[in-house]
Design a protein around this ligand. Structure first.
Ligand code: ATP
Ligand code: MG
Ligand code: FE
Length: 332
């Protein structure tokens, strides 16, 4: 089977092709226009998707060395995400499928982040726990099967990616700041400053108070030294990153213990973070975990994860009709 997959939930226009379970193309057009605004502007994102979608599809076909006639199904991100952005991908997928008389496959973006683990070896076996950390979500998911997933813990407010991005904004770094905090953190001392760990019960998270704590900390420091941020940027980034990673992993440890599961995966944009990847690897050695860390290109938004999810739905003949609409707040 040859599956063409489209991802347009936020600010990446991406098209991938999956040929019998193997990814043969994964084209990602990033939108740089949002850098100047300190966050994604939905109106602009949707407009840029419209400009990008056709050339990105064409490039994916070239990369995979296939033509439109070779395609057996069209998969697309139905949600969750920005409605205007989703609408571009969903409408394109529907027209493409209608024109070529192909089945349509609707994919949940958060499930796809997790299913990115089924692109390359080693693949996890069910059941496993996945910490999904992205720009809009922070979840601990019990993955029982490809499409049988249960959220056992999640953030009550901000996502981990937002904590990174909002801290970066306070530090005057451009959007999205997560990767830049990661870069500065490599040169800094993770124990230079301490930030309080939120006390949330069970397996849930909270990052809004954490962000405020950093804001007040910096405000106090800047009263004494107006150049505090410039002088100590690396140490601040290393300490913030260390604190976020500790918060994430402490609940993951608790979940692993509670469910008696040692197969542990991470997914989503923040799973590209070097501090999280290193600490998880250390924990694995310490606790005898079998950890799964995605390749960098499959951490942040990409259509390869939509394609692999689409492939498994194709095997189940799980198709949708032309009446399908995007769902901004879609749950599993
Ligand atoms: P969602 O998947 O919840 O709908 P999204 O699709 O916008 O949100 P992703 O593309 O999965 O999110 O991830 C983007 C987030 O990942 C941003 O918040 C970004 O700052 C963060 N991120 C990416 N790389 C890193 C990194 N190396 N360190 C920390 N954060 C990172
Ligand atoms: Mg993005
Ligand atoms: Fe995402």
């Amino acid at each position: 089977s040859v599956i063409l997959a489209i991802e347009s939930s936020c600010d990446e226009t991406s098209v991938a092709i999956c040929n019998n379970g193997k990814i043969t193309a994964n084209v990602i057009a990033n939108q740089t226009i949002h850098e100047n605004y300190g966050g994604v502007i939905p109106e602009l994102a949707s407009r840029v998707h419209q400009q990008n979608i056709v050339p990105v599809v064409q490039q994916a076909l070239i990369d995979a060395k296939v033509t439109k006639k070779d395609i057996n199904a069209v998969a697309f991100t139905r949600g969750p995400g920005l409605l205007g952005s989703l609408l571009v991908g969903v409408s394109f997928a529907k027209s493409f499928a209608l024109a070529l008389d192909l089945p349509l496959i609707a994919v949940n973006h958060m499930q796809a982040h997790i299913l990115a683990h089924f692109i390359d070896e080693p693949k996890p076996s069910f059941p496993f726990l996945c910490l999904t950390v992205s720009g809009g979500h922070t979840q601990i998911v019990l993955v029982k099967d490809y499409f049988d997933m249960e959220i056992v813990g999640e953030t009550l407010d901000d996502a981990a990616g937002e904590a990174f991005d909002k801290t970066a904004k306070i530090l005057n770094l451009p959007y999205p700041g997560g990767p830049l905090i990661d870069k500065h953190a490599r040169e800094g001392n993770p124990l230079a400053y301490k930030f309080p760990e939120p006390q949330i019960k069970g397996l849930d998270y909270s990052f809004s108070g954490f962000k405020t704590a950093i804001l007040y900390f910096l405000r106090d420091q800047e009263k004494e030294d107006p150049d505090f941020i410039q002088k100590h940027l690396n140490d601040i980034c290393a300490s913030v990153q260390h604190s976020i990673v500790q918060i994430l992993l402490n609940k993951l440890k608790k979940a692993a213990k509670q469910y008696g599961i040692k197969d542990i995966a991470i997914a989503g944009g923040v799973s590209a973070n070097s501090g999280l990847r290193n600490s998880l690897a250390e924990l694995a050695a310490e606790l005898g975990w079998n950890v799964f860390i995605p390749a960098f290109e499959y951490c942040t938004d990409n259509a390869a994860m939509i394609a692999i999810a689409g492939y498994h739905k194709y095997l189940n003949k799980d198709f949708v009709g032309q009446d399908i609409a995007p769902a901004a707040r879609m749950v599993f």
